[in-house]
Design a protein around this ligand. Structure first.
Ligand code: ATP
Length: 274
């Protein structure tokens, strides 16, 4: 059973090639990551080490995938957390969780003999919201702890630590987070254009039996404003339609129905949250 446990814990292997579209964002991220890889040069030239990268953009565009690919690209340990996990009734719990996260990242890197660790924090706005309005005061300690940990990162230290945070509400972030030496590198992860959508559809079609007559280009045209997550849903729903019809392959008709279903689903979601 310990074997099963370790297999379940094994990180999902993700590379930049598994991410559709996002050419500019991927390039910018790789350029930034080269700073982590070329740390000897960074040290020699006296360049300030890169500590934090902020990924911004709408939900489901691949920010988490990017962080995972970053870990693979730099041969780093990958740790993930979400801002909401640090929200607690009791003062100080969030701060100690931040401390533990950094400790665990270092310990895992040492154990796995990796030179660096990437800590991914999704929904950073939950702990890093603006403090000027007097709101979120109870999260101050958590945010302060994160800033303290980041300020304590040095290039000479091994393993090297990089924090990648994601938000879809950049304007909500406290300016303390965005200062030089903190999250000073911002990368926009936008909704994919038609070419990007086609690429994403191709990626998610790989493991699925499509009929030879399927025209993914037409689907990419129909799915204006869809996120990567929605395009993945389209493929999944189309496969479900195929199964219902006892069809061996996924047809254009199944895909079109799935597009409608995902589009409609989004609408009802939005209406119900009004
Ligand atoms: P959120 O802000 O909601 O956390 P996110 O931007 O982190 O979203 P991901 O969690 O990375 O989005 O994406 C969710 C899923 O959608 C992925 O597991 C993948 O199946 C699909 N997906 C999203 N973007 C892409 C993409 N660019 N290429 C391929 N698949 C994608």
């Amino acid at each position: 059973s310990s074997e099963r446990k370790s297999r379940a814990k094994a990180p999902v292997f993700m590379t930049f090639d598994d991410i559709g579209g996002q050419d500019r964002a991927k390039r910018e991220l790789q350029e930034a990551l080269d700073f982590l890889i070329r740390y000897e040069d960074i040290k020699r030239l006296g360049i300030r080490p890169l500590k934090g990268i902020l990924l911004t953009g709408p939900p489901g565009t691949g920010k988490t995938l990017m962080a995972k690919a970053a870990a693979h690209y730099t041969n780093s340990v990958f740790m993930a957390a979400a801002g909401s996990e640090f929200v607690e009734m009791y003062v100080g719990v969030g701060a100690s969780r931040i401390r533990d996260l950094f400790k665990e990242a270092k310990a895992r890197a040492l154990k796995e003999k990796k030179e660096s660790a990437i800590i991914f924090i999704d929904e950073i706005d939950v702990i890093g919201g603006r403090r000027d309005g007097g709101q979120h005061r109870e999260y101050d300690q958590t945010l302060n702890q994160l800033l303290t940990e980041m300020d304590g990162i040095h290039t000479s230290e091994s393993p090297r630590i990089l924090i990648i945070a994601a938000t879809n509400r950049k304007e909500m972030l406290d300016s303390a987070l965005l200062r030089p030496g903190r999250f000073d590198r911002h990368i926009d992860v936008e909704l994919p254009d038609k070419k990007g959508r086609l690429h994403i559809l191709h990626i998610h079609a790989k493991q699925r039996p499509l009929a030879e007559t399927v025209d993914l280009d037409a689907i990419a045209k129909e799915t204006f404003h869809f996120s990567g997550a929605q395009l993945e849903s389209v493929m999944n729903e189309a496969a479900i339609y195929a199964m219902r019809e006892e069809s061996a392959t996924i047809s254009q008709q199944h895909l079109s129905l799935a597009v409608d279903k995902v589009m409609l689903g989004e609408k009802t979601d939005r209406e119900s949250t009004k």
